[in-house]
Design a protein around this ligand. Structure first.
Ligand code: GLA
Ligand code: GLA
Length: 693
């Protein structure tokens, strides 16, 4: 198990109590200085107590190779500090200045065809460039030396969203670093050949110099999956090594200032192995941008729960979110009324002790001028700013009630998420491109919520085997070690739910043989011989399968041909004879050792799972299952560390009014009315209630 850095959290300014941190990215360099006083005054009005500064300020801080200018930054930090607003100071390395890339174009990253990523936006640098590293670390050193004794800096914001735009670099620097990485991982070239299965298509390599990054191979061709998986691992590690170099320079000069960098854990991408990175920071930070539409709250809760898992249930900082629309989707939908406050409190429920936004004041020019902010173009007299102020008051109240001394209560169910399974299963040569790891954990999280269970989303390296029940949702890769863990867990009395596309391949993405899912066939008591993809792109193919329990499978079904004596078939497919799927087991339950293992051999989606789960949960005797109250409300509890006190958060998951019971002292409400007798409350759409019990 990886050793995590000791947890350290930004401490309040001298003379202040620990509060919930509240604020956002602040880019004063985009504005004339006469705006700064108004900024600070309005921040105070909103209850802001923390801002991130300098994230994209390199060119202003170092206007030329041998000239530095910290004056403007000193001035704004002094103003903020005097107003009691703390600073999360950036290493400022995210966007290199023109003079640097002009003098050293070799720091620019290259795409898979060898084309250069030119300056014009940001993150136009390669993590493996020794030249870039030299300049970036010089900046870190200058920042740390200049601000080492500044009393207002409470945290370091190292770089910004590593890998957002420069995750993959195919340059010669990257090639050399990839070769070194392979040497470290495998020792000799024969082991690389074995891991990548290079006897296939004559891809054997004679020595490490023949290892190339997965450069352009022509449209419609297929990259070696082993190499591609390792390149994703390497790319996460290459950026991590750059992060560590920045971190270590800062930490050496300012050992008392905790460090973080903002992750991007959300349902859009899996840029880096954030669970691996979680071990490298003093405290975890995350950026989350809402998914518009019906999954908004559920997706937010799901990905925040994964952040909480990455943070191992220690407090984390929500570094960025939006007050309303972003600017980077095709259509940038607004947030609905109530969602600004609701989203922040949902992150808080899921373990955040700091709520920040991108950004404080909406830009007037530049690529993000249409991205909403805490202080919109409309100014102070706006719904957004009024809600920002209301949120500030809510956070203050919750801080005073002791919320920061609590952690998210452990659920009875862990839904496992695995970055490497996602990376491997997103390869382009698979049974169906409609199936990969990514979507299944969210479907389970939602279906469990439909049954009244708010699951914990737990990274595969963490302690999922300490939960009453565990879901392995299309966890495509299971290596020996993880397979052993699963076996031990169930044998000892664990309750396992596994799905199609779980345990198909080992850690090198080599298929486990003799029937799927080879890694844990024995635990599940089933054997599948084939995949039956279901599609809608071709006339006359099988596009769905009906199950005997009334649900419907889409995208993929396993062709299960044998079931152990210890297993029971709970649902089969009902299909016409020509399909050869009629009567094939779809949902099974096996007794293994002291435990039980259920298998869902097809994609049922959130709805099908929600309909299947009540029976399965009852058979598995999982605690906390409450079909009736579940569907309309999301319930999360935080428990006082070392105490009994509980903070209960209830969120309306629907667009209808829902009524909930009052279970304690009401601390915060939003779009909610407590009934006259105080026993219940009605939550409107996007409404919520926080109580202390
Ligand atoms: C990212 C970046 C911010 C900003 C926001 C906009 O999270 O870190 O600088 O660009 O996106 O959504
Ligand atoms: C072609 C190639 C084979 C194999 C098949 C797979 O026919 O010649 O090597 O790749 O496609 O369908």
């Amino acid at each position: 198990m990886t050793q995590h850095r000791p947890f350290r959290w930004p401490q309040p300014l001298q003379g202040n109590r620990q509060e919930i941190w509240y604020g956002g990215d602040y880019n004063p360099e985009q504005w004339p200085e006469d705006v700064w006083d108004e900024d600070v005054a309005l921040m105070r009005k909103a209850g802001v107590n923390l801002v991130s500064l300098g994230i994209f300020s390199w060119a202003k801080l170092q206007p030329a190779e041998d000239s530095w200018d910290f004056d403007w930054l000193d001035r704004i930090i002094a103003k903020l500090g005097a107003a009691g607003i703390a600073v999360d100071l950036a290493s400022a390395t995210a966007s290199p200045p023109m003079w640097l890339t002009q003098a050293h174009p070799e720091v620019l990253w290259r795409d898979e065809r060898g084309d250069v990523c030119w300056p014009g936006a940001r993150q136009h640098w390669r993590a493996t460039s020794p030249v870039f590293r030299k300049y970036a670390l010089a900046l870190c050193r200058a920042m740390a030396e200049h601000y080492r004794d500044n009393p207002y800096i409470v945290a370091w914001h190292v770089n910004n969203e590593y890998g957002c735009h420069n995750r993959f670099d195919y340059s010669d620097d990257a090639m050399r670093a990839f070769q070194e990485w392979c040497k470290d991982r495998y020792g000799d070239i024969e082991s690389v050949n074995a891991a990548w299965g290079t006897s296939f298509w004559s891809q054997q390599m004679g020595d490490f110099s023949q290892i190339l990054p997965p450069r352009f191979i022509g449209e419609g061709n297929f990259m070696n999956p082993g190499k591609l998986l390792d390149f994703k691992r390497f790319s996460s590690d290459a950026l991590k090594s750059f992060f560590r170099a920045e971190r270590d320079v800062l930490a050496r000069i300012t050992p008392d200032i905790p460090l973080t960098t903002n992750f991007m854990v959300s349902a859009g991408n899996s840029t880096l192995d954030y669970d691996d990175w979680g071990a490298e920071v003093d405290f975890v930070s995350n950026d989350h941008y809402f998914m518009p539409g019906e999954q908004h709250l559920d997706e937010l809760a799901y990905s925040s729960s994964l952040v909480d898992g990455i943070a191992r249930k220690r407090p984390w900082l929500l570094m960025e979110q939006s007050t309303g629309a972003v600017n980077w989707r095709n259509i940038n939908y607004r947030k609905e009324e109530g969602q600004l406050i609701r989203d922040s409190l949902a992150h808080l429920a899921m373990g955040a002790n700091a709520i920040c936004y991108f950004q404080w004041r909406q830009s007037r020019s530049g690529a993000e001028k249409f991205h909403t902010a805490m202080l919109p173009h409309a100014g102070e007299d706006s719904r957004t700013f009024r809600e920002v102020c209301e949120l500030g008051r809510d956070l203050k109240r919750l801080g005073e009630a002791g919320l920061t001394e609590s952690a998210v209560a452990k659920s009875s169910v862990a839904v496992v998420y695995d970055y490497e399974s996602e990376w491997a299963s997103e390869h382009t040569a698979t049974p169906t491109q409609e199936v990969r790891h990514w979507t299944e954990p969210l479907d389970w999280f939602r279906a469990l919520a439909d049954c009244g269970i708010t699951a914990d989303v737990v990274p595969i390296r963490a302690d999922w085997d300490s939960y009453e029940a565990v879901v392995l949702p299309s966890v495509y890769l299971l290596d020996e070690g993880q397979a052993r863990r699963v076996r031990k867990y169930v044998a000892a009395g664990g309750k396992l739910f596994a799905t199609y596309y779980t345990g198909i391949a080992d850690g090198d993405d080599h298929i486990w043989l003799d029937g799927y899912p080879g890694a844990i066939r024995d635990v599940l008591g089933i054997r599948s011989e084939d995949f039956a993809p279901l599609g809608t792109d071709t006339e006359g193919v099988l596009d769905h399968l009906d199950l005997s329990n009334g649900t419907v499978a889409h995208d993929l079904a396993d062709v299960i041909t044998s079931v152990a004596d210890t297993a029971k078939v709970l649902a089969t497919y009902e299909a016409e004879e020509w399909t050869a799927m009629s009567g094939v087991p779809a949902v099974t339950l096996n007794i293994y050792g002291k435990g039980r293992a259920a298998y869902v051999g097809c994609r049922l989606g959130r709805e099908g799972l929600a309909a299947t789960l009540p029976d399965l949960l009852a058979r598995m005797r999982v605690k906390g299952f409450d079909e009736a109250s579940g569907a309309s409300v999301l319930r999360v509890e935080r428990v006082r560390t070392g105490g009994q006190e509980r903070f209960v958060f209830l969120f309306n998951r629907t667009h209808r009014d829902v009524t909930v019971d009052i279970e304690g002292t009401v601390l915060v409400t939003s779009r909610a009315t407590v009934h006259d007798d105080g026993s219940a409350a009605t939550l409107k759409a996007n409404g919520l209630l926080v109580m202390k019990r």
